[in-house]
Design a protein around this ligand. Structure first.
Ligand code: NAD
Length: 501
């Protein structure tokens, strides 16, 4: 079978750059595809195409219903290719086939459909209350597209993080330059194919692959880009925010997390222990919203750890394409080594790996990049393993004595993306209300739904994706005042000029 090759998509054309790089499976290091590598020149061409498409107005002047129909069409096209795209995603970034179909592809299609429906009913132009004495003036509030949006996304859940941005951007009539992560650009380019097939005009969506620096950095500082929608690390998110100050560019940021997962005294451990492993290990532990700090009442600590080890030992680490696999590989050798570094630091700081804590060896692990599902005990919230985002299948267990202390530990982090509470609903909900996090799951985790906002408090981000306000993030509000008196009486003009006669 010949290896597929992917070109960039600029101004409705598939373009090569003379520079090609390889996408290799993080599980086997086998060649999955070759991709044209874009640079600053391609980023500039893509922004120019998007700006021209914004200015010619063909897309933004379509009706919301027409734009919604196109999003529905693309959602259907993705859904029809679920198995194929899920396998491609698993081969490209190592996410298990158990998650790529339902989450990566399925939820992305659902998100497109939700945004299409939202666009159909959105208050694009509404008339407000009468202004001044009758008959005087009325006001319109219009929602208008921003212009060129740069969407920059990571490799861990590429399609969903893309759709969170480009679905509202396109539904609102914006034009887009999408920069996928260099490790996982294939689904972005497959999506562009579907938009092209669905009849999106040239220049409205452009995809430029390439490295964060220069391509992402160039796009996020480009004077013609009116908004940057970014998902990725907090350090890059902060750089984008600083870069955006000069042009007061709109920004949404979905950044890192260090989710606190609080087991209350009355938590049902048969559910909560599996739930804690799900919270941390899903998507190979490479999820921003993962629950990576498990807070356990001191008197239940040993029992919880025993159960975590027992249940955690049943997790199958291996081939992401096998339906029997629970946890797949780490995205790259660099990221695996970073995790191994954290293991060394954790040991130095006095934590103890009750489960895992190594790179596995032997059959099936001689190629690719692997980390065993890991549970650290003896962790306190000042340790680096509890404060920094490890981005791997690594759970830390912390003890607490009182619920107040649990809440204080949970909130003692620069992050604020996700949190969870397990126990009777009344008390769990009370705790949920006290947590500084954009998403709190009671007796569950990873509940992500198009109709609910996704995003973080504090250094986990700015703005929200999804939810009923998704289109607000991609539109400007314009107040249009309309005089309807037709005369000169009762005007404010008299403040500066006396009425004639
Ligand atoms: P990263 O910040 O290194 O890269 C993300 C994207 O930004 C990539 O496309 C990359 O090429 C680009 N980039 C890199 N440097 C850039 C620069 N200087 N200017 C502009 N763009 C640049 O992130 P990563 O380590 O690859 O991804 C994992 C991170 O993403 C984790 O911190 C994770 O928590 C976060 N994440 C957050 C969410 C969320 O919704 N909050 C979702 C998924 C991942």
């Amino acid at each position: 079978m010949t290896t597929p090759h992917y070109s960039l998509y600029i101004d409705g054309k598939w373009v090569d750059t003379g520079d090609v790089y390889e996408i290799r499976s993080p599980a086997t290091e086998e060649l999955v595809a070759t991709v044209a590598r874009g640079g600053v020149a391609e980023a500039d061409r893509a922004v120019a195409a998007a700006l021209a498409a914004h200015r010619d107005g063909q897309w933004r002047r379509t009706s919301p219903q027409q734009r919604a129909a196109l999003l529905h069409d693309v959602a259907g096209r993705l859904a029809a290719r679920t198995d194929e795209l899920a396998a491609l995603q698993s081969r490209e970034n190592g996410a298990t086939i158990r998650i790529t179909g339902a989450l990566h592809i399925g939820l992305s299609a659902a998100q497109l459909q939700y945004l299409a429906a939202l666009a159909e009913d959105y208050p694009w132009e509404t008339e407000g209350p009468q202004i001044g004495p009758v008959p005087a003036a009325a006001g319109l509030v219009r929602r208008e597209p921003l212009g060129v949006v740069a969407a920059i996304v990571p490799w861990n859940i590429p399609l969903l993080t893309i759709v969170w941005k480009i679905a509202p951007a396109l539904a609102a009539g914006n034009t887009v330059v999408l920069k996928p992560d260099e490790h996982a650009p294939l689904l972005a380019l497959e999506l562009a194919r579907e938009f092209e097939a669905a009849g999106l005009p040239p220049g409205v969506l452009n995809v430029v692959t390439g490295d964060g620096d220069p391509v992402g950095a160039h796009l996020s500082g480009h004077p013609d880009v009116r908004k940057v929608a970014f998902t990725g690390s907090t350090v890059v998110g902060k750089a984008i925010l600083r870069q955006s100050a000069d042009t007061v560019r709109r920004v949404t940021l979905e950044l890192g997390g260090k989710g606190a997962n609080i087991l209350l005294d009355d938590a049902d451990l048969d559910i909560a222990v599996d739930g804690a492993l799900f919270a941390c290990m899903a998507n190979n532990g490479q999820a921003c919203e993962a629950g990576t700090r498990l807070l356990v009442p001191a008197q239940r600590h040993d029992e919880v750890v025993r159960r975590l080890v027992e249940r955690g030992s049943t997790l199958v680490l291996g081939d992401p394409l096998s339906p029997g696999t629970h946890v797949g590989p780490i995205i790259s050798a660099e990221q695996r080594d970073r995790i191994l570094d954290y293991f060394r630091i954790a040991a130095e700081e006095g934590a103890f790996a009750a489960l895992g804590g190594r790179a596995p060896e032997g059959d099936g692990f001689d190629r690719g990049f692997w980390i065993e599902p890991t549970v650290f005990t003896g962790v306190t919230n000042d340790m680096r393993i509890a404060r920094e985002e490890v981005f791997g299948p690594v759970l830390t267990v912390l003890r607490y004595d009182t619920v107040d202390e649990a809440v204080a530990i949970a909130n003692d982090t620069p992050y604020g993306l996700s949190a969870g509470v397990w126990g009777g609903e009344e008390q769990a909900l009370e705790v949920a209300r006290r947590l500084e996090a954009g998403m709190v799951w009671v007796n569950d985790w990873h509940v992500i739904h198009p109709a609910y906002p996704f995003g973080g408090y504090k250094e986990s981000g700015l703005g929200r994706e999804g939810g009923p306000h998704a289109l607000d993030e991609y539109t400007e509000q314009k107040f249009v005042s309309l005089d309807r008196s037709g005369g000169i009486a009762n005007r404010a003009f008299a403040i500066v000029i006396d009425p004639a006669g």
